[in-house]
Design a protein around this ligand. Sequence first.
Ligand SMILES: NC(=O)c1ccc[n+]([C@@H]2O[C@H](COP(=O)([O-])OP(=O)(O)OC[C@H]3O[C@@H](n4cnc5c(N)ncnc54)[C@H](OP(=O)(O)O)[C@@H]3O)[C@@H](O)[C@H]2O)c1
Length: 255
Amino acid sequence: MSHTLFSLQGRVALVTGGSRGLGFAMAESLATAGAHVVLNSRDAKALSLQADALKAKGLKASFAAFDVTDQKACEQAVDGIVKEFGRLDILIGNAGIQHRNVINDWQSDDWDRVTNANLKSCFFLAQACVRPMKAQGFGRLIFTTSITGILGRATIHAYVASKAGLAALTRSLAAELGEFGITSNSIAPGYFETEINEALLKDEAFVARVNGRTALKRWGKPSELGGAAVFLASEEAGYVTGHQLVIDGGFTSTM
Ligand SMILES: NC(=O)c1ccc[n+]([C@@H]2O[C@H](COP(=O)([O-])OP(=O)(O)OC[C@H]3O[C@@H](n4cnc5c(N)ncnc54)[C@H](OP(=O)(O)O)[C@@H]3O)[C@@H](O)[C@H]2O)c1
């Protein structure tokens, strides 16, 4: 049987935080490669519009609105996908939030909100996805981390800790799940023009600073993560696991 390189034909993918930004861009790329994508966020209306936009392009898409920090809701969503499609091949654990404050103004609730959404949710969603993936003998776990988990950055303490933790979780999952044909990798974006960076994008000096520090002299476009997501989800990446792929225009590799 012939197989087109990087084809995701017949694969089913769940993309959290798939209503906009990086998640939606990765979902569109997976769908373009042939996968059926299930878009997730907490906003059913936004998801419905985005799924319709993909379908209007002839792509296969649907949506599941739930909060990734609600473990029961995650399990129900995964069960629903498996019931409907008979499989779940790819998880893009991408939903994430930000909170900025100087150290002494951080409250315990802020810490929990960020780490629950960015880290704990990824573990329990992976736990749910791994059940059908083990049965299939195939699975692709892909998490969105961040270069701030590598370099550190003032005021976003829980975010940095959660993203570094997620890179580490990527490796512990890889270690445990390889024997079942399941790979676990993460994508660490640099600075991309999305809603999570709204405040930063309004700060001209900061935008210029990122441009200056980045080898490619510009911020990233969400579509520039698509190829990496397709690669890591594909059969061709079958021997790639435990890896964090940095996509940052050279921000962390040059000075
Ligand atoms: N943009 C960057 O430069 C950059 C760099 C490094 C890493 N990242 C990471 O990339 C990921 C995507 O960020 P983005 O830039 O695309 O930001 P974004 O535009 O703010 O998108 C965040 C997405 O996550 C969803 N979300 C947030 N909390 C959720 C929850 N509890 N349950 C379900 N969905 C939830 C949001 O939808 P609702 O709020 O409607 O639920 C939205 O779809 C995040 O993990 C972020 O940390 C971004």
